[in-house]
Write a protein that binds this ligand. Sequence first.
Ligand code: SF4
Length: 160
Amino acid sequence: MKYDGENRVARIIPDCVTDGEGVRVSVYLAGCHFRCPGCFNASLWRFDAGEELTDELLNRIIYLLRPDYIKGLSILGGEPLQNQLVLKRLIHAVRLHFGSTKDIWIWTGYMKEYIEYDDQLKWILSAADVLVDGPFVKRLKADLAFRGSLNQRIHYLSKN
Ligand code: SF4
């Protein structure tokens, strides 16, 4: 399954104010096949980077999300949609513990139009609240909120 990944998390940033709106918990997943030139997170291309998502680590992420001032979870990478073992567990745990009171932002190198037509990817469009899509394109690099290049877009998928 090319989208499973190896169930690994590369980095967790509590109280993050740069990955989405509000104060958030950011989780960076390990592994990306895209390898965009100039990628800011090339150290996260390897699928065996970081640590395994154990129940203990998942509980720690949920604990970090508990304070009222935390608006939600941001999932980046690496490529979240090529790490669906982790992605599905994270989303399930957030909805189980917090319902829709915490929002979920996901960054992906896939474009939304591609995701819509891939049976293994399209579930994410009803699972996430916000999708930031498209690969980083070095020649289109720009100083934008939550994006690295002009081709990337922010899709608000829910009303949260
Ligand atoms: S999709 Fe994202 S993580 Fe993967 S190479 Fe491109 S910019 Fe880097």
